[in-house]
Design a protein around this ligand. Structure first.
Ligand SMILES: [Zn+2]
Length: 712
């Protein structure tokens, strides 16, 4: 019955007052943080204390605060806090009284935080470093009331509801200058204490800039919503008793929906009053209420309608698929200090080491546990990489040592953090561990140089967990010719040892990886392997011709062989960026900077050079503002091309994170959802996306396991 009424577009106002929701809503009340589905059921919830602000990120993660000063991001499936910033202990606030009543995730990934007490707005990056600071103008500074909600506007200015002052101020984003302010009126009434509908004041709670340039202000204990012109005239208002059967109390959050309706929070209004009200502003007709006093109590101050906006349905679908899929990235580089227990004595060095080596903190690598959880990345192939050296006994011995150190690092990580991650030794393992709610580490070897001429090393590597090995990296190896950089062939494709190595990989159950190999090497390897082959991190020449990308001939051979290309989100393989590189070189020359600083050269800290570097950064910022940089969109073009040429069963996904990979929109593991979103946008089905994320790679791994089992 309900469904049919809704299907005919009748509004909830015609139904028993607000008995159920027509919106998906997030709110906190009575010790629960809850996502209510459109039919009013709690779709998701977790125990959580009172909040002051509330956001949902595009991937569905929630940003709220814990206690009075810590901003946190929660991944809803695992209910884990994946990121946090505590204003009470950081940013020089240790000795101060601080409360945080508002914050906002910005498109850059940074977070804007309003600090009441210190009286400032800060923008912090995900490592908690302050990138911008705006001093608030305060008539009556107080750690509890400096601000209520704070919102960055599209142009970069920031609109602040100053609760204690009863004033809304707009700050210029770059300079922090107050460019507009509005003193919320008392409407000729006397102030009255308390919180309910009989209290009165001008403690404004929220302000929103409307499309017409006016500002909508929720007056808090003024029990009203007012629309104010830039000149400070009230163009429209909704007063305490304007809505039939509803008495406004503390008017808190406001949300302007895509259809122009307003949703307002009606906090402390008492039993029998709705918590949320949607109204059509012109007619002041109530079209929806959320009447859940019994469930959520009298103090629901923040709420968010989350089924609104042009992309709401797209996101709903992408989030559902992203949760369902086992997401697997076939290439994530590591350093040998991963999970190292050694902590340098110098505090600054110790902090740098922690951010680099401790996988349990949101650190400086593109992949760590919090970023994987935040982005819903379930599985990564951790890479045992060795750089190409001399093809002699000394070189081989050194490479073997380096490779073993990386195996050690991955093992150390799994041993130190068994509650977070486990090493998978088979396709079944991957699925079992992911199902158990843990992150999954697989191991791949980048550059068969590591085995030297010792075929028995392959079995040893397999025993240590390796499930793929590439034949080459940059420059020719003892196993075959490389594609990068272009040079005259050494073996004319695979070497004889390369053929033996492939046979041994087939025998023990290691996938043969042709990424980095020359075209002739690749085609010979595919022909020689008894099991399907992968290209663990390569793009396609059909979109951008590059030594690291696969030709159509290689792709077609992969298809024939039952193999998979894991398209890589590596900016300079995805798209031609030579114009940007030329611009950097040209600008450096103009500024009198060396074209590139050598690693061995010390950083020049002279004021003159620092000024030139600043000028370079500014010119690059201006250049990048209009530059069509490598993005998830361009990356998905490679996937599309490969799927069209060889079919959905032969394509997968990789990042090359911490090895130079990353594109705009997928620049670390926390942004993994954007890949799924782009695939949904392009019309891939649930099944297709699950194949791309892990189905195809695991199918190849199973086929390789089978070939190995048969040769035993
Ligand atoms: Zn590579």
């Amino acid at each position: 019955m309900r469904t049919s009424l809704l299907a005919f577009g009748l509004t909830a106002a015609l139904l028993p007052s607000g008995a159920f929701a027509q919106h998906r809503v997030v709110l906190q009340g009575n010790g629960r943080l809850v996502v209510l589905s459109a039919d009013g059921k709690a779709d998701w919830e977790m125990p959580w204390g009172a909040i002051h602000d509330l956001h949902m990120l595009p991937n569905g993660n929630l940003m709220v605060q814990r206690g009075s000063s810590e901003v946190v991001e929660i991944e809803p499936t695992t209910q884990r806090v994946v990121w946090s910033y505590d204003s009470a202990t950081r940013g020089g606030n240790a000795e101060k009284k601080v409360e945080v009543h508002s914050f906002q995730p910005l498109p850059s990934g940074n977070v804007l935080i309003a600090e009441s007490g210190p009286g400032r707005l800060i923008e912090v990056d995900r490592l908690g470093r302050i990138q911008r600071e705006i001093a608030l103008k305060l008539d009556r500074p107080h750690p509890h009331t400096d601000t209520r909600l704070v919102r960055q506007l599209d142009g970069g200015n920031v609109l602040v509801a100053h609760e204690g002052d009863g004033v809304v101020r707009e700050y210029e984003g770059a300079t922090g200058k107050v460019v507009w302010e509005y003193d919320v009126p008392m409407f000729g009434k006397d102030p009255e204490g308390g919180h309910g509908p009989d209290a009165f004041g001008d403690k404004c709670f929220a302000a929103e800039r409307l499309a017409n340039g006016n500002t909508l202000v929720a007056t808090g204990n003024g029990h009203s919503l007012i629309e104010v012109t830039p000149g400070g005239e009230i163009a429209w208002s909704l007063q305490q008793d304007d809505l039939e059967g509803i008495r406004l109390a503390w008017v808190t959050t406001i949300q302007v929906l895509a259809n122009g309706n307003y949703v307002l929070g009606n906090c402390h209004a008492g039993k029998g009053q709705p918590l949320l009200i949607e109204l059509e502003p012109k007619t002041k007709k109530v079209v929806w209420t959320l009447d859940r006093f019994d469930d959520f109590g009298n103090s629901v101050s923040n709420s968010l309608v989350v089924d609104d906006g042009p992309d709401a349905e797209l996101h709903a679908r992408a989030r559902r698929i992203h949760r369902k899929a086992v997401t697997l990235d076939t290439h994530k580089d590591i350093s040998t200090t991963l999970a190292s227990p050694d902590i340098p004595e110098d505090p600054a060095e110790a902090e740098r080491a922690r951010l680099r080596n401790d996988p349990t903190v949101w650190g400086t690598n593109q992949v760590d546990f919090p970023k994987m959880v935040a982005g819903g990345l379930d599985v990564a192939f951790y890479i045992v990489y060795v750089g190409q050296g001399a093809l002699d006994e000394e070189g081989f011995a050194l490479a073997r040592t380096q490779a073993l150190a990386k195996f050690d690092a991955i093992e150390r990580m799994a041993k130190r953090y068994p509650e977070h991650i486990e090493i998978a030794h088979s396709a079944d393992d991957v699925e079992r561990i992911a199902k158990a709610g843990k992150l999954v580490a697989c191991i791949g070897i980048e550059n068969g140089y590591a085995m030297g001429t010792d075929l028995s090393a392959i079995e040893e590597f397999h025993r240590r967990g390796a499930r793929y090995m590439s034949l080459t990296h940059n420059r020719h190896s003892q196993l075959g010719d490389s594609n990068t950089p272009p040079s005259s062939p050494l073996h004319g494709g695979l070497s004889e040892l390369g053929r033996r190595a492939i046979e041994e990989m087939n025998r023990v159950g290691i996938m043969v990886d042709i990424s980095h190999a020359g075209e002739v090497t690749s085609l010979q390897a595919i022909a020689h392997s008894k099991a399907p082959v992968i290209a663990s991190h390569s793009g396609v020449d059909g979109i951008f011709k590059h030594g690291r990308n696969l030709s159509d001939a290689e792709l077609l051979a992969l298809k024939e062989n039952g193999g998979v290309i894991q398209c890589v989100a590596f900016a300079s393989y995805v798209k031609d960026l030579s114009d940007r590189i030329k611009f950097i070189a040209k600008t450096r020359k103009e500024l009198g900077l060396p074209v590139q600083r050598r690693r061995s050269q010390a950083v020049d800290t002279s004021p003159e050079t620092q000024a030139k570097m600043k000028a370079l950064r500014e010119r690059m910022q201006a250049f990048d503002a209009t530059y069509d940089d490598s993005s998830v969109r361009h990356f998905a073009d490679h996937i599309d091309y490969a799927v069209k040429l060889i079919g959905i069963d032969h394509v997968a996904i990789s990042s090359d994170f911490d090895g130079g990979g990353g594109v705009l929109g997928w620049n670390d593991a926390s942004e993994t959802y954007n890949v799924t979103l782009e695939l949904v946008r392009r019309g891939y089905s649930d099944e297709d996306i699950m194949k791309l994320w892990s189905g195809n790679t695991l199918r190849v791994l199973r086929a390789v396991e089978e070939v190995a089992a048969k040769s035993r």
